[in-house]
Design a protein around this ligand. Structure first.
Ligand code: AMP
Length: 259
């Protein structure tokens, strides 16, 4: 079959892990590289987002991608384009509270990419955990004939999740950034040991501010499938966070399974 790995380019080992997974599952692998203007709000980093198509293509050669699809904005959104796909369910809350138009932009472009590439499998990272669930909801609701495969987060040695946006961090900010994963790991183990969830959420946000984050958008423990708030962890839960250092907004998440 055909595997599709949608990306915004500036590829790193996290993206390459998705391609490797697609290779395991499919005979042919297409990687799309498209910085989707529809998922950026005015004032966000669309203009400064890192772009390096040549470097991306040589990385993709080393991991055995067969085809790179790098359309222009005009190709995907010709003049007169007027459709927007709005997903509910897992798209509600978390990222949506801070980037209200983000998932409509994602859902619309992912639907277009899936229809254009007709993959049997599309591979997404757990790095963007809410996005992964939104894409699952989208393909299920629209009846798109594709299997959505999730891949675990690839991290630096100190735990920082690889991200194209890490390139924005100064050396000082980079040290602070590593604390996001450390704080989440600590919070996850406190959830497991039965501490009240609301306390953990606000305590973790305080810890992040003390570590040097300028703003904490959220730290939240949610049901791992629906992303609805949970009051205790039966079943599978996920702790998710978004926080800012200077002009850089970082997200991370991890599984919280009961003992
Ligand atoms: P992006 O180019 O940031 O839009 O990401 C494209 C795909 O790569 C998405 O499915 C992301 O979740 C995934 N991805 C990005 N960073 C990582 C990472 N560190 N580990 C695993 N997947 C990732």
């Amino acid at each position: 079959g055909i595997g599709l790995v949608p990306t915004m380019g500036a590829l790193h080992e996290g993206h390459l892990a998705l391609v490797a997974r697609a290779r395991q599952l499919c005979r042919r692998v297409t990687v799309s590289i498209f910085i989707n203007p529809a998922q950026f709000a005015p004032g966000e980093d669309f203009a400064s987002y890192p772009r390096d198509l040549e470097a991306d293509c040589s990385k993709l050669k080393t991991v055995g991608a067969d085809l790179v699809f790098a359309p222009s904005a005009h190709e995907l959104y010709p003049e007169g384009f007027a459709t927007r796909i709005e997903v509910g369910g897992p798209a509600e809350g978390l990222e949506t509270d801070f980037r209200p138009h983000f998932f409509a932009g994602v859902a619309t472009v992912v639907a277009k990419l899936l229809i254009a590439a007709k993959p049997d499998v599309a591979v997404f990272g757990e790095k963007d955990y809410q996005q992964l669930l939104v894409v699952r909801q989208l393909t299920k609701d629209l009846g798109l004939p594709v299997k959505i495969e999730g891949v675990p987060i690839v991290r630096e040695r100190d735990g920082l999740a690889l991200s194209s946006r890490n390139a924005y961090l100064s050396a000082t900010e980079r040290k602070i950034a590593g604390q996001l994963n450390a704080v989440l790991a600590d919070s996850a183990s406190r959830v497991r040991s039965g501490a009240p969830i609301a306390e953990i959420e606000s305590g973790s946000a305080d810890q992040l501010r003390e570590a040097g984050f300028d703003e904490v958008d959220y730290v939240a423990v949610r049901d791992a499938q629906t992303l609805r708030p949970v009051s205790s962890i039966r079943g599978e839960a996920r702790i998710l966070a978004a926080a800012r250092i200077g002009r850089t907004r970082l997200i991370d998440n991890m599984a919280v399974t009961s003992a």
